[in-house]
Ligand binder design. Structure first.
Ligand SMILES: Nc1ncnc2c1ncn2[C@@H]1O[C@H](COP(=O)(O)OP(=O)(O)OP(=O)(O)O)[C@@H](O)[C@H]1O
Ligand SMILES: [Mg+2]
Length: 222
């Protein structure tokens, strides 16, 4: 298993304000495939994703990536791991307005040599190369999110973490963005948080969260 959590919890506040965003979750995911995390608002989906990707550290328990415990890594090692091996997509695309789509992709590169070619290859594979020279102001919401997905792939990460990547889009654009993410499932691991189960069609596994806990695990038909 590439990514594993051992009874991780994330606690906020103390005394009367004590809240568990995540309660003692143990989960294992392999090196490739497409996995979904579902659940109602406030159930802890984003918190779990941020713990698994080292954006947040658990208050209890440990996260293991490639057999390394990332919960005890130095900030420097963790930052390198995130930059070199992880890609992120959020609800908002976070593109810089004064850069073209391609230049926005290049802001994420960890290795300058060959980066232009790599960016164009990814855009071409995702059928968005025609957007390369455009500024974000001249892109639709769906197109911007396609660029954000391409940017998440620029360093050929082993894992792509996506938190509600389709929440700001209509159904058609949402499904199109999911197709781009899914196209990476043989190359790496894709973990998508969403409240819309339709976006997880064809997932290898869907984890349901409720009140900080993994409620049950559904294995959808392929
Ligand atoms: N910084 C914080 N301080 C205190 N409580 C927090 C903080 N961040 C999150 N929480 C609480 O942790 C719980 C889980 O939040 P989280 O954002 O992980 O849920 P979510 O499932 O992603 O919700 P949504 O679908 O609305 O994005 C919620 O009860 C939330 O109020
Ligand atoms: Mg969330």
């Amino acid at each position: 298993m590439l990514l594993r959590t051992d009874r991780i919890s994330l606690r906020y506040g103390d005394g009367d304000t004590l809240t568990y965003a995540v309660r003692s979750i143990s989960i294992e995911v392999p090196a490739t495939g497409f996995f979904g995390i579902m659940g109602p608002s406030g159930s802890g989906k984003s918190s779990l994703l941020y713990l698994m990707s080292g954006l947040k550290q658990p208050t209890e328990g440990s996260v293991y990536y490639d057999n390394r415990c990332i919960s005890t890594m130095t900030n420097r090692d963790l930052a390198m791991l995130r930059r070199n091996e992880f890609g992120f997509v959020f609800q908002q695309p976070f593109l810089l307005n004064y850069l073209t789509a391609r230049e926005n992709m290049l802001t994420a590169v960890n290795q300058q040599s060959g980066a232009n070619t790599a960016a164009d290859e990814i855009m071409s594979k995702l059928s968005i190369l025609q957007l390369a020279e455009r500024a974000p102001a001249h892109l639709s919401g769906g197109e911007k999110q396609r660029i954000a997905v391409a940017r998440a792939m620029i360093n050929r990460p082993r894992v792509i973490f996506a938190d509600e990547p389709t929440a700001a889009l209509d159904r058609t654009n949402g499904l199109a963005v999911m197709e781009l993410l899914k196209s990476y499932r043989d190359e790496g691991l894709i973990i998508v948080v969403t409240h819309d189960e339709a976006m997880l069609a064809g997932a290898d596994n869907i984890y349901h969260m409720e009140d900080g806990q993994l409620h049950h695990i559904a294995r959808p038909a392929a």
